[in-house]
Design a protein around this ligand. Structure first.
Ligand code: GYE
Length: 328
């Protein structure tokens, strides 16, 4: 048997080293081709159908555009995202993208990316920083506007219900995250001047189905019959809450007005059954804009600082019988 290290064996050894170096990576860049662009993307987790749809869309669009994707999933931990961004810098990717789980605490790592000359794109959520030059572009929904749309639905519904008081409970998303803050503000700024509207309590459900169920259980124990409206910051928490409402003997969608956000297929189907009254769309399909933006950045072209997708509301006032499959 030949014992010298031929080119093929060498290639195998190099691949093995690269694989080891990329340990923990869900998908490593294909080194065999010369990619036109290497994109490092740190996804924040897998907490909802929105998130899973967003990850899938980015993987699919990277492939379509012939872009090599290094994808890391942070499993809901900011420190994992920071470590992923550092590994992208060490790998010298062309562009770094990430969905920041919370708004604060990114300045140091983003300064490191800037010093290394690697442009950064924020996907879905934004960050709080005094230095806007730490990122090139934000691609994500206008969460404040989503809160406004949810409130506009409620104002219309309130007129139809004809009650002079509506008691609201709010189940919010992850503390210190952009959608949590802005969905709250947009909603309460819009109903603020209406004397019928009364907030009983806001509780934090962390965008998780299990937490949505726990929050609802607590709210029902505390306020029971008094609850007229449930404003939930995502479908996942809404779907955790619904069985609790039914088990407590109430009919969601009739005894209590249910307002949700995202518009994934499972929730849309429940809206069609009448157990959710209104869903504000939040689309996870941000992959194409991300790929276009990354390519422009690599080419040294100017990009939009902020891009918001166009979104709509689905409610019991609309005919959504023929709605296209949602894809998430
Ligand atoms: O609404 C929720 C997800 O950041 C817009 O995060 C996103 C939110 C989305 O987990 O379902």
């Amino acid at each position: 048997m030949k014992r010298t290290t031929g080119p093929r064996a060498l290639a195998l050894i190099i691949s093995a080293i690269l694989l080891l170096a990329g340990c923990g990576r869900e998908q490593a860049a294909d080194e065999s081709e010369d990619p036109k662009l290497l994109l490092g993307f740190s996804q924040l987790g897998s907490e909802s159908s929105f998130r899973i749809g967003n990850t899938r869309d980015i993987e699919e669009k990277a492939e379509e555009y012939g872009i090599s994707l290094m994808l890391e999933n942070a499993n809901q931990k900011q420190e994992n995202q920071i470590a992923a961004i550092r590994s992208f810098i060490a790998y010298r990717v062309d562009v770094i993208a990430f969905s920041p789980i919370v708004e604060d605490g990114w300045d140091n790592v983003l300064r490191e990316a800037k010093d290394a000359g690697i442009p950064v794109v924020l996907v879905d959520r934004t960050i709080r920083t005094e230095d806007d030059s730490l990122y090139e572009s934000l691609i994500g929904a206008d969460f404040y506007e989503e809160g406004v749309m949810a409130a506009e639905y409620l104002l219309r519904k309130a007129d139809d219900l004809g009650k002079d008081r509506l008691n609201i409970v709010e189940i919010t998303g992850t503390e210190d995250s952009t959608p949590m803050k802005q969905r709250h503000e947009g909603f309460f700024d819009t109903i603020g001047g209406d004397s019928r509207m009364n907030l009983l309590e806001s509780v934090n459900g962390d965008f998780l189905r299990s937490r949505g169920a726990e929050c609802m259980e607590y709210l029902l124990e505390t306020y029971g019959d008094d609850i007229d409206v449930i404003y939930s910051h995502n479908d996942e928490m809404t779907m955790g809450a619904l069985p609790k409402i039914e088990n407590a003997g109430y009919r969601p969608g009739e005894d209590m007005v249910i307002i949700s956000i995202d518009g994934g297929q499972e929730a849309i189907d429940i809206l069609k059954e009448g157990k959710i009254n209104c869903i504000v769309e939040c689309t996870p399909m941000l992959g194409s804009i991300l790929m276009e933006t990354a390519m422009k950045l690599k080419a040294g072209e100017a990009v939009e600082k902020v891009t918001h997708p166009v979104e709509r509301t689905f409610s019991d006032y609309d005919d959504i019988g023929n709605l296209e499959p949602r894809g998430y």
